[in-house]
Design a protein around this ligand. Structure first.
Ligand code: OGA
Ligand code: NI
Length: 364
């Protein structure tokens, strides 16, 4: 081991002398530096981070696919309420083996533990790069950074995977397959809650070419958990995001204007409705605002699987829904790939991209 400072590689090496690269480090290194007693000022959000402990809806996936029509219709009803009132729910009886979820969280921990030389390039500029390892959200645009390192990998329609750790490829392949099954079942249910045929949502979003991004998040222990944020308030760009975590909480969702702590049932999958579903449902299912708070005791690891339409799908409110409800479209259509590009190239800020597509009726 060399005693080099915790600065990471940059691409800007050139023959002529250049100004020194910006000294952005991953928070893992920062948190591990022995002299760190308090966070650097560019990590201070200085926002209230407490959350309430209301209970959050649960959806039993085995009932959603039950052959018993009574059980199924009750589950569909629960799903509709969860999407409409919360935009967030915990899925139980989801069929993903506990060992696979554990294995994924362990291998992600191993990934972050690799030396910087063994990891992919740090902070590539192209936000659509299929394998992207970095810190915060978009340090090019941010003045205040998040207390978070991440690995983002495009896993569908083309499967990508970092070469290390070696066991990642097999586990990730399996996890993608299993989580896709969960998403398919949920989307079928959601289709029904919107009064559409079971497969209408999948077809509208061209889910056979669904853009899926695997996001591993590391939130190290933080010396000033009340000042920093793991992720600032935001909504997700896709349809549904599935989150698992290493038993350490930190995720909060906004419900009726109040931040609520997600006290997850062990081995459940946390699901939130995202922007494309809000657009498609013409605002019936609002994408939920969420954020991540940090703590001084334990490192939190989470894995978010972002499930979107195919990149080429132009998403707008479903014509059939507008017709049924006799209402006008509240969102301008946009190609999903452009939407992602716009969200990922800017600062992560509440629902800023979605708001640009909102059509406000004149006089309102
Ligand atoms: C995300 C996200 C939540 C978490 O990656 O978009 O909101 O619990 N993650 O880490
Ligand atoms: Ni998110």
């Amino acid at each position: 081991m060399t005693a080099s400072p915790p600065l990471l590689r940059h691409n800007s090496a050139a023959a002529t002398p250049l100004p020194p690269p910006p000294t952005i480090t991953c928070v893992k290194k920062l948190a591990e530096s022995p002299e760190l007693n308090s966070i650097p000022s560019n990590y201070a959000y200085n926002t209230e981070t407490t959350g309430s402990n209301e209970s959050i809806p649960t959806v039993d996936l085995s009932l959603l696919t039950s052959q018993n029509p009574n059980l199924k219709s009750k589950a569909i009803n629960d799903l509709e309420i969860a999407c409409q009132d919360w935009g967030f729910f915990m899925v139980v009886n989801h069929g993903i083996p506990e060992e696979l979820m554990k294995g994924m969280l362990e291998v992600v921990n191993e990934f972050f533990d690799l030396s910087e030389e063994e990891k992919p390039e740090f902070q590539p500029k192209n936000v659509l790069e299929p394998i992207r390892y970095g810190t915060s959200f978009n340090t090019e645009k941010e003045k205040v950074f998040c207390w978070r390192d991440f690995l983002k990998v495009f896993v569908h329609p083309q499967f990508h995977c970092p070469n290390k750790p070696e066991s990642l490829r097999g586990l990730l392949t399996e996890y993608c397959e299993r989580s896709r099954e969960v998403v398919t079942k949920l989307l079928k249910g959601i289709s029904e809650t919107l009064g559409l045929e079971e497969t209408e949502v999948e077809n509208a979003f061209n889910m056979s070419s669904s853009l899926r991004i695997f996001i591993a998040n590391l939130y190290p222990r933080c010396p000033n958990p009340d000042s920093a944020l793991g992720m600032p308030p935001h909504s997700d760009h896709g349809l549904l995001t599935l989150v698992i975590q290493n038993g350490v909480g930190g995720l909060q969702i906004q419900h009726k204007g109040v931040w609520v702590n997600v006290n997850a049932i062990p081995n459940s999958i946390l699901v939130n409705t995202a922007d494309q579903l809000e657009i498609f449902s013409n605002g019936k299912y609002k994408s939920v605002l969420h954020r991540v708070v940090v703590n001084n005791e334990k490192t939190r690891i989470s894995i978010a699987m972002a499930n979107g339409p195919s990149g080429d799908t132009v998403v707008g409110p479903a014509p059939k829904l507008l017709e049924k409800r006799g209402c006008v479209s509240s969102y301008a259509p946009m190609k999903y790939k452009d939407y992602i590009l716009s969200q990922q190239s800017n600062q992560l800020k509440c629902k800023s991209i979605l708001e640009q597509l909102q059509i406000h009726e004149e006089g309102n």
